[in-house]
Design a protein around this ligand. Structure first.
Ligand SMILES: NC(=O)c1ccc[n+]([C@@H]2O[C@H](COP(=O)([O-])OP(=O)(O)OC[C@H]3O[C@@H](n4cnc5c(N)ncnc54)[C@H](O)[C@@H]3O)[C@@H](O)[C@H]2O)c1
Length: 425
């Protein structure tokens, strides 16, 4: 791996792939900025109010143009910003170079080894941030497991995704969480749009651009019918696929049935699917016993946060041979001659083999992120060290702002209606 050390005026050295990629990354940042009116509005507010003045903020996200622009918005609020990737495959080297060019410190490059990935998170924490934005919980985990003294100094932060919230809640339950974390993922303006419509569209974008195969007429098995699964199944149906859903939760399974999908256990679905998409946030939801039943040519990919949903260790052990047949596609030839294909090494397909969610969807999410971070630092010392909900008014504010940018107006309650809704008589 060829890293480039860039010395900066701040005496901090970024570690990135290639600083010469900055002009290309800047074009990507310009494109998203032109399509993120909410973040533009928040940036203008931050430039005036400087909520992060004098603070160091660490951001651990999938580093592509939209997250890059979020980092620049936080910087516009007065922060000294450091970024690192939240996944070894999702970092875009040109965007990172452009961020460094704009005065942000970065420890990130595309396709790190697991060892490098953790080393870069540690470099980010050496920056001694006052507050953090995390995606999936790795920054928080390393702070609590390897840097407990530093964890006590953090004002607080925000978590982006479902898996990160699970890990934070486990830390809180064990009485170990050292600082307040806003569950941005659990805000309406996040999961209703980002997890559902964002993942729904971008997972298919990743699959389509990587495989160049048709979805129409195929049997697509969606494993997990949570917010992401609902979006992925909805878009599969729209592409003309026959959709099968597997679940472990009776209510979600019933919902999938009422939405018109075939629901069955994975043991049965394994032999039917042409394409398998995991979106559970759980481990080993496709494993050895399923590989045995799959059709020749079955394609598997994952939209969940970690690359543990498809047990690729067992897949590798079962394979007689293994080879890369196309960029981001690994072929596993079983002893009986069947070929099974895995996209992007089982890492989240929309980011590892695509550009992630559509820009306008992330505009909502990142407006919430930026405003939630502001809430955390402005309430320094008064928030409990717990997983906290994004205040309802922030959610409503972001939804209203989005409607405004879309030119959509809505009705207002009359005073009589408001009184009626608030009365018991
Ligand atoms: N790819 C992306 O850009 C992106 C975006 C948002 C969230 N995520 C990640 O996607 C994952 C899912 O997020 P979500 O918001 O949909 O979560 P969710 O909790 O709403 O849904 C997960 C669903 O999976 C089901 N499930 C769990 N174990 C299962 C099993 N063994 N078999 C079948 N179903 C099972 C659960 O019952 C639940 O309904 C998380 O890891 C999250 O962090 C990824």
């Amino acid at each position: 791996m060829s890293t480039v050390q860039i010395m900066k005026d701040t005496k901090v050295a970024s570690k990135i792939r290639n600083k010469d990629l900055a002009p290309q990354g800047k074009l990507k940042l310009d494109w998203v900025q032109a399509h993120m009116p909410l973040l533009n509005e928040v940036k203008q507010q931050f430039e005036k109010s400087q909520p992060f003045k004098g603070l160091k903020i660490a951001i651990c996200l999938h580093l592509e143009a939209k997250t890059g622009y979020l980092a620049q918005v936080v910087q516009a609020g007065g922060a000294d910003v450091v970024v690192c990737g939240s996944n070894p495959l999702s970092t875009q080297d040109d965007v990172v170079a452009a961020l460094v060019d704009s005065g942000i410190t970065a420890y990130a490059w595309h396709n790190t080894t697991d060892e490098e990935y953790h080393e870069l998170i540690n470099d980010t924490l050496d920056f001694e941030p006052d507050a953090i934005i995390d995606d999936g919980g790795d920054l928080v985990k390393i702070l609590h497991s390897q840097r407990p003294e530093q964890a006590k100094t953090i004002i607080g932060g925000c978590e982006e995704t479902t898996t990160g919230i699970h890990r934070l809640k486990a830390l809180e339950k064990d009485g170990l969480l050292e600082f307040p974390m806003m569950a941005v993922n659990d805000a309406y303006c996040k999961y209703l749009f980002d997890n559902r419509y964002g993942t729904g569209q971008s997972v298919w974008d990743g699959i389509n651009r990587t495989t160049n195969l048709v979805a129409s007429g195929k049997t697509v098995v969606v494993i997990g019918y949570g917010w992401c699964g609902k979006g992925v199944a909805m878009r599969a149906k729209g592409l003309g696929a026959k959709v099968v859903v597997t679940e472990i939760d009776a209510i979600k399974a019933l919902e999938a049935h009422m939405d018109g999908f075939d629901v069955m256990p994975m043991e049965k679905a394994a032999s039917l699917g042409d394409v398998f998409i995991t979106v559970t946030g759980n481990r080993d939801v496709i494993s050895s016993r399923h590989f045995d039943k799959m059709k020749d040519g079955a394609v598997m990919c994952n939209g969940g946060h970690f690359d543990i949903e498809i047990n690729k260790i067992e897949l590798g052990e079962k394979a007689a041979t293994q080879r890369t047949v196309r960029n981001n596609i690994e072929e596993y030839r079983m002893a009986d001659g069947r070929n099974l294909f895995l996209i992007a090494g089982g890492r989240l397909v929309n980011l590892a083999a695509g550009d992630g969610h559509p820009v306008e969807v992330m505009d909502l999410t990142f407006a919430l992120q930026a405003l939630s971070l502001q809430h955390v630092v402005e309430n320094k010392g008064s928030l409990p060290a717990k997983v906290l909900s994004v205040p309802e008014e922030l959610d409503q504010y972001v939804a209203n702002l989005r409607l405004k940018t879309l030119g959509i107006t809505i009705d207002q309650l009359t005073s009589d209606q408001e009184a009626y809704l608030n009365s018991w008589a």
